[in-house]
Write a protein that binds this ligand. Structure first.
Ligand SMILES: [Zn+2]
Length: 390
């Protein structure tokens, strides 16, 4: 039994918790509030409420509203410059995974010279240590997907090099405060609720079969899987069901913790390659497309069979006895959430690209392959893409 745990983010979890933001200790006097380039937090009132809470706490605000889905390096660099120009001494992210990821990396680049890729550890990054501590970050998540509100990473895409990489990861990049208020999630459309929920699910399933798994991460992962599998279809069906939203949000935040306790596996490297080349593909949708063939590979290899059985049970198949039952539970959950028929070809992905994607996955995020429960040679990785292709 061995594990290390360091998740220093104060988490305010529960319906209505956004209303308690103003009584928290703030890490600065002027916040750059980072939101997406869409309309949702402006239209549903979340931005106005957040600014009001910050003003009540005596904090000034400047809004940066340009983050796209699968955030780009150029956007992150622009946000960092915006923070400096506006004299912001901390960052508040209000949005989903893309917004929180981008905000963390903006906080890092606001206080450090040069280009983001100077500090990136994977791919063509130069892996230089940070010169200065990032600005403190507060994350208010409006989705239940990436768990980004409680981890130290930000995934950013560099279109020049066609790399989508997890940046940061240093202790100083954990958000100081996370607000997980399921009331903010009731307006997420069904399709995105499903994509995001599956992203959270896969953070836990990967960390559970990972070589880095340990008794602490197992406990958290299984509870996350249980909550997501039971309540995601309800949240997809009826977004206003606050109890379901709450349970899915809980599963998601646990899945965020579990990534700091264990490690994701190559499923995430393989998905990042898909959305690095196809910017419009949502991360969760890419994972769903790969998932069946991906887990089938390890089941056919006969590794960690007992773990697949336990995950199937956590997903509600109480009588599960064989590893393949996990695939049955997974497909059923995808059907119940209306996402069983997603196709790579619908996003313009061609068969001819698959080999190149396998190369990109290993070159940019090779580290996660090391966490796989058994070795996955390059040819096998390509074969998984091919099996998953529709
Ligand atoms: Zn993910």
């Amino acid at each position: 039994m061995k594990y290390q745990m360091y998740i220093p983010t104060r988490t305010l979890f529960g319906a209505g918790e956004l209303n308690n933001l103003n009584i928290q200790e703030m890490p600065g006097r002027k916040a750059m509030v980072v939101i997406s380039n869409g309309k949702s937090v402006r239209e549903n009132g979340a931005l106005a409420r957040t600014e009001e809470q910050l003003h009540l706490a005596g904090v000034e605000t400047a809004v940066f509203g340009k983050v796209e889905a699968n955030p780009l390096k150029s956007t992150v660099m622009e946000g960092a410059a915006f923070a400096r120009e506006n004299g912001c001494d901390f960052v508040v992210a209000l949005g989903g995974g893309s917004v929180m990821d981008a905000a963390k990396i903006m906080a890092m680049m606001a206080t450090n010279p040069g280009d983001l890729w100077d500090y990136v550890a994977g791919g063509t990054g130069k892996n230089k240590p940070l010169e200065n501590r990032p600005l403190p970050v507060v994350c208010i998540t409006t989705t239940a997907g990436t768990g980004s509100e409680v981890d130290a990473w930000g995934v950013v895409t560099n279109p020049e090099t066609q790399e989508k990489i997890g940046c940061g990861g240093m202790d100083s990049l954990f958000p100081v405060l996370a607000v997980v208020d399921p009331e903010l999630m009731t307006t997420v459309p069904p399709k995105f609720t499903a994509y995001q929920g599956f992203d959270a699910l896969f953070h836990s399933t990967e960390c559970y079969i990972s070589k880095a798994a340990n008794p602490m991460s197992d406990m958290v992962a299984l509870t996350a899987i249980e909550n997501i599998a039971k309540y995601l279809p309800v949240a997809v069906m009826n977004g206003a069901d606050l109890k379901a939203r709450e349970r899915v949000a809980f599963g998601n935040t646990l899945s965020g913790y579990v990534m700091s306790l264990s490690s994701c596996t190559s499923e995430h490297s393989m998905e990042h390659a898909l959305s690095a080349f196809h910017q419009e593909l949502p991360h969760g949708a890419g994972l769903i497309m790969l998932s069946r063939a991906y887990y089938e590979y390890f089941i056919e290899k006969g590794v960690c069979g007992d773990r697949f059985v336990r995950m199937a049970r956590a997903m509600g198949m109480e009588a599960a006895k064989k590893p393949g039952d996990f695939l049955t539970a997974l497909v059923k959950l995808q059907q119940d959430c209306g996402v069983a028929d997603l196709k790579m070809s619908d996003y313009g992905i061609t068969r001819g690209e698959l080999e190149g994607l396998a190369v990109n996955a290993r070159e940019t995020m090779g580290g996660l392959f090391a966490a796989d429960p058994c070795e996955m040679p390059h040819a096998d990785c390509t074969a998984i893409y091919e099996r998953a292709y529709r």
